[in-house]
Design a protein around this ligand. Structure first.
Ligand code: C5P
Length: 228
């Protein structure tokens, strides 16, 4: 059996307000976010097969940033889940293959977290996701932005990536979500909707998703701190 990595990188990253998608902004060592993310994944899984989801009109991508020998490019879709479904339909996996999906915008992922997630995804039949227990007090707001109640946080987690599942389960989950016309923002949501419960794997707090302009400098500082 093979291990697969799907990296959705077809987003526009509009919240960054930059002149190109965030995955192409220079992060460190003259390399863009996308190159750093792929280098981290390759470091942990050098023989995995990579499926990279890119916008059909992408003008910035260069294959020089892909360290994998076995990889393919697929077109992105209008939502993240459509990009991942395109990947699942294009790849030649068998039902039992483990597929890990990782945001291109999370370049600070560590080898330790990657290996822990892979281990959990392989062991748990419903798959696994990296996640972080909520540390702040959680408020529910009304439409006016008034705090109406406090949500107990004991059972709340931030969902991170990667998230890993057997190919057949992940494909069935996302195809079902699409049939039901629900937009899921991660793979685990689609699996949960089938009545399955993926394992939450406590991950590092510095697995930042680059979203807002300040996040680029923060991610560069995290990479520098991890290197010492
Ligand atoms: O915008 P956000 O950070 O939530 O996107 C999460 C990931 O999904 C990013 O890696 C982005 O490139 C990807 N994406 C995609 N196709 C879309 C939308 C987002 O591959 N249509």
């Amino acid at each position: 059996s093979h291990s697969w990595l799907i990296v959705p990188a077809a987003g526009q990253g509009r919240r960054m307000g930059a002149d190109k998608p965030k995955q192409y902004l220079t992060l460190a060592d003259g390399q863009p976010v996308l190159a750093h993310t792929l280098a981290r994944l390759h470091g942990a899984f050098p023989s995995a097969r990579l499926v990279l989801c890119l916008d059909a009109d992408d003008r910035w991508f260069s294959p020089q940033w892909v360290p994998f020998t076995n990889w393919q490019r697929v077109a992105g879709g209008s939502e993240r889940m459509d990009s991942v479904l395109n990947a699942l339909h294009a790849m030649t996996a068998t039902d039992d293959d483990v597929v890990m999906v990782h945001d291109v915008a999370r370049p600070c992922i560590t080898q330790g977290d990657l290996l822990a997630l892979y281990q959990a995804a392989t062991t748990n039949p419903a798959g696994a996701l990296l996640a972080m227990p909520v540390a702040d007090t959680m408020k529910r707001a009304d439409d006016q932005g008034l705090s109406t109640r406090t949500e107990p946080r004991e059972h709340l987690w931030h969902a991170l990536t990667p998230q890993g599942f057997r190919y057949a389960l992940l494909r069935r989950a996302l195809e079902t979500a699409r049939q039901r016309q629900t937009v899921v923002t991660d793979e685990a949501s689609a699996v949960e909707a089938l009545g399955e419960s993926p394992l939450l794997v406590s991950g590092r707090r510095d697995n930042l998703k680059i979203t807002h302009p300040d996040d680029l400098a923060l991610a560069a500082a995290i990479l520098a701190a991890q290197a010492v």
